[in-house]
Write a protein that binds this ligand. Structure first.
Ligand code: AKG
Length: 254
């Protein structure tokens, strides 16, 4: 039985702020990306971000503490290896995003552009947030791709999303000083109660909007979870000059 058409997938992203596309990565490419990622993680090659740097709940207090060298993200996937580059700029990803944006997509090499890990020990949870919170663009119109390199469920730190939150108008006081969506407010709790955690199989990709509220728990499985994450915008949307979002060159996809 065939799954949803591209037009239906795009409509789902527009309507709920995220969509899971099953089996988006071909088996061979997936296997090569997974093996590369396991090697890269074993080497913990720079540039890397450590759990201890983030200090989210569950993270070690410092790089010197027990578990202090637990990697959270291997940064600059695009510059790290040609295989990552091929994935991030693949015709398949470009065609999907072109259907959504209505024009050729542009890859940001600043935002996400990483191998995202979640370790069973010392891997931290992430509170509710919109990715756009620290980004600076002419419009809030960016989409990220989250490629599951293994199985992802609520129990190993899979992403939870709040459907429709990308289109909601929130007040600044619904967020805390670090721009996390406050889980202590009853009106926020009503929305959080609607969250879903789509289970992902290896090769599935979640496309999600930069305003979609999402969160993840700690990894209570026995295995490190690995995902490849990239962010794109249409050419009409520009990083604001002088901001971090403009600090590295974008990569237009044909
Ligand atoms: O894996 C996680 O804990 C969440 C990652 C995430 O939402 C992010 O980096 O924006």
């Amino acid at each position: 039985m065939s799954g949803p058409t591209l037009a239906e997938q795009v409509a789902t992203l527009r309507q709920q702020g995220f969509v899971v596309v099953r089996g988006f990565a071909a088996a061979e490419a997936l296997q090569a990306l997974r093996e590369l990622s396991q090697r890269q993680l074993a080497q913990a090659a720079a540039p890397a971000e450590y759990e201890a740097d983030l200090r989210y709940p569950g993270a070690p207090a410092s790089r010197q503490a027990e578990g202090g060298h637990t990697v959270r993200r291997l940064l600059d996937a695009y510059g790290r290896d040609p295989l990552y580059r091929q994935w991030a700029t693949s015709p398949q990803v470009a065609a999907w995003l072109r259907a959504y944006f209505g024009e050729a997509p542009v890859l940001s090499t600043v935002h996400h552009n990483c191998l995202m890990t979640k370790h069973p020990a010392y891997g931290s949870l992430t509170g509710w947030h919109q990715d756009i919170r620290y980004w600076s663009f002419s419009e809030s119109e960016l989409v990220s791709t989250w490629l599951a390199l293994g199985h992802e469920t609520a129990d190993n730190g899979g992403l939870f999303f709040i459907p429709g939150s990308h289109a909601a108008a929130f007040r600044p006081d619904q967020f805390d000083a670090d721009k996390f969506f406050r889980a202590d407010l009853p009106e926020n709790q009503a929305l959080i109660a609607r969250a879903v955690c789509p289970e992902l199989a290896p090769g599935d990709v979640v496309f999600f909007h930069c305003r979609t509220l999402h969160a993840a728990q700690r990894n209570s499985s026995g295995q490190v979870k690995l995902s490849l994450v990239h962010t794109y915008h249409p050419a009409r949307v520009q990083p604001l000059p002088g901001t971090r979002s403009a600090s590295r060159p974008d990569v237009p996809l044909d």
